[in-house]
Structure formats: structure tokens, C-alpha cells
Design a protein around this ligand. Sequence first.
Ligand SMILES: C[S@@+](CC[C@H](N)C(=O)[O-])C[C@H]1O[C@@H](n2cnc3c(N)ncnc32)[C@H](O)[C@@H]1O
Length: 381
Amino acid sequence: MSQPVGEDGSPAVQSQAADDRRPFVVGDRVMLLDSKDRRYLQTLSVGGEFHAHAGPVSHDDLIGRPEGVVVRSSRGGSYTAVRPTLAEVILKMPRGAQVIYPKDLGPILMLADIFLGARVLEAGVGSGALSMTLLRAGADVVGYELREDFANRARANVVSFLGPEVLGRYRVELRDVYDGIDEQNLDRMILDLPEPWRVVKHAETALRPGGILVAYLPTIGQVAQLREAMDDSGLGMAETVEVLQRSWHIDGPSVRPDHRMVAHTGFLTAARLLAGKSGGRPSAPYAQAKWDQRRRGSWPDRSGYEPSEPEPEPEPGPEPQAEPGPMPKPERERGSRRERGSGSGSERDFGFGPERDDGPGRERESGCGREDGALGGGAGM
Ligand SMILES: C[S@@+](CC[C@H](N)C(=O)[O-])C[C@H]1O[C@@H](n2cnc3c(N)ncnc32)[C@H](O)[C@@H]1O
């Protein structure tokens, strides 16, 4: 295993187990913020220097000082020094593979219900951002990873942030999780790889009853394929969520959402291994109804609407009298309505179809909104 190093190349020895309430000591990881809120990570060493645009900042000026202290560079630049949070380290640390962002890492802890001593299988480990998050929350983690360079990167990042003692509950194996899982009685499995549906059958034997599987996936097509595999497995109570985070600009009277945000990262899907479900008809009544519908091939179609019974023929009767209607709409609005009605626009491509009066009502009736958590708040987020 390679020796862990800080961002400046020096050995990184700071441990989360250390008492972070004390003043800065040699080996501490420190984040320096300049006047433009640019952030730099350093690992403190005696005689060390941070080379800024405005001249060097001496590490000796930081050692023994409390968090939040402001230090000056040789040419008068000022820098605020704090210990970085886990989220800040993840955004700054060296990467092999793309990391899961903090906005999704927090919800993963909740969806997977991570607890102290939880036995977790993680695949693939990539740069170790998720490993760090799970270990920091107290889990024991076995990671499966295909690539040796990524496995080494993950271990180095983990040790750099949590200290070498964390290796007592963190092991990374170089192997393909699609080929199978040796561990048994796992409490949790967290997957961040392209085809998690190929892991579902292994999860059925590796998880203990009630164990939770969480998968992070960037595209909704992948989510649909995973959910189908889950439906045909012993995993039930599945839910999928997307987490949107919008920061705000607050500066005196100027209070508004920031102009930029991370628009999309991925979808989180969680399900549990249920003793009464073995790839056949599920035991939970609400899940049975959905399963039966799927087996009949009647639902869902691409629009997500359930097909309805054919409308009964209206009784022959007198011609209805024309009611006085609303004022005619401006031409532009009528035009756009006709466009939507023709089904030639992008709405049709996405399967929503032409505008119909009973659309939203039917969606509510079918329970789609509640079942997928959008209205029912299944994920509680
Ligand atoms: C996006 S990265 C994971 C990043 C990681 N979650 C993090 O937060 O740093 C995906 C990783 O999955 C690994 N991978 C892909 N397929 C795999 C498989 N079948 N078994 C094990 N690892 C796999 C890749 O090598 C890659 O490192």
C-alpha cells in the first residue's frame, strides 16, 4: 500500500480520532481561505510553507494557534485557517475516479441507515469518498474495486483523513463484484458502479434479512433496469430519490438563490432484503398489487399511466346546449396549445403525450406520486 500523503506531498498523519478541539499541531490538515474565498489544503510541518500569490505563509505561524486564526503571507495577503470538514476534504482531495458529492453522501447515510459497527460492502470504491463517509459514521467496510490504482488512491485518501488505525475496519479487495460476494450476513451494501442490477442476485445471499442495498446511478434508464431486477428478487420496499441542493447568495439586501448550482449528479435507490420475498410474488400487499400488474404486462407503459378500462358508450340523448365559454385566448397561447395537442413536441418524446384533462388526476388515482415517494415523502428528504 502506498504511503498516504497530503495535498502538498508531505506525510499526512492527522487522525479524526485526534482531539480536534486543541490548537493546530504538526501533522494537522489545515484549510486556508483567502480574501476571495479560494481554499487551499495544507498539512502542517515545522518550517513548512504555503506558497501563495501574495508570498509564502509559514506553517510555524499556525502551529499552536486556534482554528479561525488569520495569518499573513510575507507580502501582506491574509488567510483564515480552519480544519477542513469531511465534505471540504472530499471536494479537494486527489481523485482517481469521480467521487460522489457531499450532497448525496449525507442522504446515502440516511437511506442506508448506517450505524456504528454496521457491516458494509461497498463496490466500487473509486477515490474513497464514500468509504471515508461510511467509516467516519462508524461502519466496518469491505470494498470491492476493479482497478488497483483506484484501490490505492482510496486507501490513501481514507488513511490521510481518518488515520492508519482505521485500517482495522477497512479492507479493499481487487475484484469484480459482478462475479460474486464472499461476505455473508452483511448489514448494508452500497454500489457505485455502472450495472448494479448484476449485483442484485449476489445481494440476496450476502445481505442478512432486513439488510439494505443502496445504489447511486447517474441516469434514469439505469435506475429503471435496477428497479426491474429488484422487483424480480428478494429485495423489496424499493425507493428512488434525487437530491437537489440550491445555495443562496446572502449579502445585505441582496438575498436570492445563487446563479449556479450542481444541476444533476445521480439518483439514489434503496431496497431491503425481505424474508417473505424470493423473487416471486412479494409478501407486502401493496407490493403484491404492483407485482401482479407488472406480470399482467399492463403497467407501467412508457408514460407511467396505467391503462384505463374503456370508457362506456354515452347514452344517446339530446344534443348538449353550448355553454357560454371563456374569453378566447391570445393567438400565441392558442398556438402553443395546439402544438402540445399535436404531440409533436418534446413532451411526446418523453412519453407524456398530448395534454389531457384527466392526466394529473389519473396520476393521483394510480398512486404513482405516492408510491414513488414524490408525494408520500418515502425517503423523508
Ligand atoms: C464512480 S467510481 C466510484 C467512486 C466512489 N464511490 C467515490 O465516492 O469515490 C466507480 C468505481 O467502480 C469501479 N467498478 C466498476 N465496475 C466494477 C465492478 N464490477 N466491480 C468492482 N468495482 C467496479 C470502477 O473501477 C470505479 O473505481
